[in-house]
Write a protein that binds this ligand. Structure first.
Ligand SMILES: *[C@@H]1O[C@H](CO)[C@@H](O)[C@H](O)[C@H]1NC(C)=O
Ligand SMILES: *[C@@H]1O[C@H](CO)[C@@H](O)[C@H](O)[C@H]1NC(C)=O
Ligand SMILES: *[C@@H]1O[C@H](CO)[C@@H](O)[C@H](O)[C@H]1NC(C)=O
Ligand SMILES: *[C@@H]1O[C@H](CO)[C@@H](O)[C@H](O)[C@H]1NC(C)=O
Length: 290
């Protein structure tokens, strides 16, 4: 059955299809646009909450009509994971959607010690129909943009906000901190903020920046928050998404997207989202007690 999470290994040593093609290009043409008038700390319409019957496991980012990008660990938990899209930034009669995850592709070069190549792709059972509150973020497919990306010194990160009601994600400025994470492996960079507790930032969460490329003001994904092991500090390591763009396009373009369209996605009676205490600092756990 499709509802079971299936782990599929993809070797990055597969043919690299799009190396050095050199044309200015995003993975999806419709991407990185957010509606006007939302508050400055609203998270983007690409934010995906990965949950198991409402219990939040991780955060991911919609990058394609069938794929969500996240941390390697996020696909590893047992049971049927659902991807909640459009949870935030809805207006009027707009609805959130729960999508069934049909497969998980982990980068087989992932190194658990250094967290290098910490990147995974979830394939959804059904094609996502884009709406104003559900749109993918842009993924750069041009290696020449690496130098540009390496010079960016601040981004939008994604953190939990204290709330008495259901858990809320909000957007927060994160700055590049080249020295703060110690020695990093290839394909990683370090960022944080003096007011930020890395434990408030869920694993797999997007690090984005609005840039002018192809069109003005497109939000592009630059980093994926790596998991932190019980050591909350002001900084953490992120997977460098621009460096791993060939892995992303290889997985997506070598996977059929004409399959599994039957099952409708869930828009009604969605389970209420909640956090494991481990996901969030104690202050949140206390506040959220009813
Ligand atoms: C961060 O997100 C806000 C909207 O939530 C946006 O107004 C702002 O331009 C973004 N900043 C960057 C650096 O992308
Ligand atoms: C892009 O963003 C800037 C700053 O937020 C704004 O002044 C400008 O009007 C935007 N351009 C377009 C085409 O939306
Ligand atoms: C935890 O953080 C402290 C202070 O930043 C650091 O000295 C220590 O090495 C860290 N431990 C681990 C396991 O990362
Ligand atoms: C939709 O959500 C409801 C409530 O959680 C659940 O009972 C039902 O099985 C879900 N349907 C699908 C197709 O996932």
């Amino acid at each position: 059955m499709f509802s079971e999470l299936e782990i599929v290994a993809v070797f990055t040593s597969l043919l690299i299809f799009f190396s050095g093609s050199g044309t200015a290009q995003f993975l999806e043409n419709i991407c990185g646009e957010r509606r006007d008038g939302l508050s400055r700390d609203a998270v983007g319409p690409w934010t995906a909450i990965l949950h198991h019957s409402g219990r939040i496991v991780c955060v991911g980012t919609l990058i394609h009509e069938r794929f969500i990008l996240t941390d390697v660990h996020c696909g590893g938990s047992n049971g049927a994971i659902r991807a909640r899209l459009g949870e935030y930034g809805r207006i009027g009669s707009e609805l959130a959607e729960d999508h069934v995850v049909a497969a998980f592709f982990r980068n087989t070069n992932f190194n658990p010690e250094t967290q290098a190549n910490n990147i995974g792709l979830m394939k959804l059972l059904r094609t996502v129909i884009y709406k104003e509150h559900i749109i993918p973020v842009c993924i750069l497919l041009d290696s020449r943009m690496q130098t540009f990306a390496d010079k960016l010194d601040y981004f939008n990160g994604t953190t939990w906000k204290n709330s008495d009601k259901s858990p809320m994600l909000s957007s927060k400025t994160v700055v590049r901190m080249p020295q703060a994470c110690g020695k990093l492996d290839k394909g990683q960079f370090c960022a944080g903020h003096k007011d930020l507790d890395s434990c408030d930032e869920p694993s797999g969460a997007p690090l984005t920046r609005e840039i002018d490329y192809i069109l003005p003001n497109r939000t592009v994904l630059f980093g994926i928050a790596n998991s932190v092991e019980a050591n909350c500090s002001n900084s953490r390591s992120y997977t460098d998404v621009v460096q791993l763009h060939q892995w992303i396009s290889t997985v997506i373009y070598s996977s059929s997207t004409n399959d599994g369209m039957e099952e409708p996605y869930n828009t009604t009676h969605l389970p209420e989202l909640f956090c494991r205490t481990k996901l969030k600092s104690t202050s949140f756990a206390t506040n959220s007690k009813k």
